[in-house]
Structure formats: C-alpha cells, structure tokens
Design a protein around this ligand. Sequence first.
Ligand code: NCD
Length: 310
Amino acid sequence: MDFRQRDIISIKDFSKEEIVSILEYAKRMVPYAKGQKQTTHLDQKILATLFFEPSTRTRLSFESAMHRLGGRVIGFSDPSGTSQKKGESLADTIRMADAYSDAIVIRHPQEGAARLAAEFSDVPVLNAGDGAGQHPTQCLLDLFTILTEKKKIQGNNVVLLGDLKYGRTVHSLAYALSLFKANLTFVSPETLKMPKEVFAECKQFGVEPASTTNLEKAIKDADVLYATRIQKERFPDAEEYNRVVGSYKVDLPLLQQAKEDLIIMHPLPRVVEIDPQVDATRHARYFIQAFNGVPVRMALLSLILGGKKL
Ligand code: NCD
C-alpha cells in the first residue's frame, strides 16, 4: 500500500483496506494534532491551499495539520485577491501552485475541478470539495469519527439528513458507509433527495438505503444521525431555497424519540438544522468531529508527502 504522491480526488479512489489503514494511522496522530507530541516529519515541505469557495474547518484543519507536521503553508482563501480576477484560467493558477509547492489542496464550486487540477499538476492534488461532487477528506474524518465513537462502522444504522441532492459530504459518505456495510436511511425534503447514481453506488455493495421525508420515524432506530445544511449557494433559484429552508430541525423534543447512545454528527457549518440546545446533550459529536479533521489530514499528508510513516 503506497500513498506517496497520490492525488486524493474521490473517496471512490480508495479500497476498503486503504481507508482502514489511513484511519488507523490517524489514531496515532491524535497526540500530535493536540500539540502533546512534536515532530519535524514534513520539515521543508510546502502545502498550497487554494480556496475558491468559503471554508473554515477544511482550510484551517489542513493548515493546522501541515504545521503540526513541521511543514509550511501558502495559499489563498478568496480568489478575488488573485490573478483569477484578471481572467487567469484555473489550469494556469494550478501550474503556478505546482511550481511553488509540494502538494495542492483545492476547493472549487465546479464539480470536476479537482480532477482537472490534477491533470495540470505534477505535485499531488487533494480535493477539498468540488461543487456538489465529492469531499473525500471530510469523508475520511466522518468515518474516523464513527469508528472512534462507535468502535465499528459495519452494522450501524446511519441516517443521512438534509440536502442530499447538493451536499457533497453525503455523496462521499453514502458510498463509503456502503463499502463498510452500514445500514443507511436517507431523510430529506422531497426536492432534495439523494441522486439516483448514489443509490446505485450503495447497491453495488449490497446496501439498499431506505428513503423517507419522515425524520421522527427514522430517528427511532438510528445509531448515527448525520445532519447537513441546505446548500443555498447551489440552488439555481432562490424561490426554491425558500420553500425548503427550515423544513427539518434536530431539537430536544425530537431527541426524546432517539436511542440513548445515538450520536449526532454534522460537517458544519450548521445554520438552523441543529438547535444549539442539542450541543450540551450526550448525543452531540459535531465539534469532536471537526477536531478529527486535524489527525486525519495529518495522516494523509504524512502518507502522501512523508515517504515513511511517523
Ligand atoms: C461542508 C462542505 O463544504 O461541503 N463543510 C465542510 O467542509 N466541513 C458542508 C457545508 O458547507 O455545508
């Protein structure tokens, strides 16, 4: 198993064994991610973070991961301060980042942008979200969170809730959870259902996801509830967004129906879909999940750039 110099574009590019190996390695990274242990593992390596869309967790946790490994970071969080503004093509911007760094992290509103970037770059490209497409590193930290909180992935009843049409995190996660043979229930407003292709991907692993608009019913058997934000920025029509916003909410009355050991996850940012009162319950895991981005991204960067394990 060799991850050196590999592009990370889609979770589908990994075998199950490779995912397990990354998650195991990520566990070893936790004390480094917390600053309890130090390393110069990626000393002299430079990571470029190119964010063409807003980000808090993904960008900062990639940067934190690189710094914790002793590496350095260059990049931008807003393309309006770059030559994109002057009309430069994505291909040329990528060629420049390739010349100035040892690996590139890219987030872009267009599906397929990371794959395209990889074609113009000799250094490895990591997809930090391409439109409504894929978000592979988020998927790995989601799996890591389920594994550490639930001790296993297989056999858990996982409810994916919210904008399943435009949400890239759930597209990656539905595939990966099927690979690990979790039981899936998709809960969304009628107009934001999981795309047919994702159902087909789950079925190839023998998983038949249930699909409903009824959260009250779905929550009863859930071991994991993965809530998502409605992806306002991807709606072609504002009217359509207004019709669905606020159509589901995770709050204390809903949780009275839930199992004692239900865990609630969310890739964040949340807007209205999780009541802040839920934060103090035994169910909330979304802030731990966000921290887990650091050890998981450290593991990936170490495997891709480090040559040997820490
Ligand atoms: C998600 C994203 O960008 O896809 N955020 C993240 O990376 N943690 C989810 C979202 O924006 O709703």
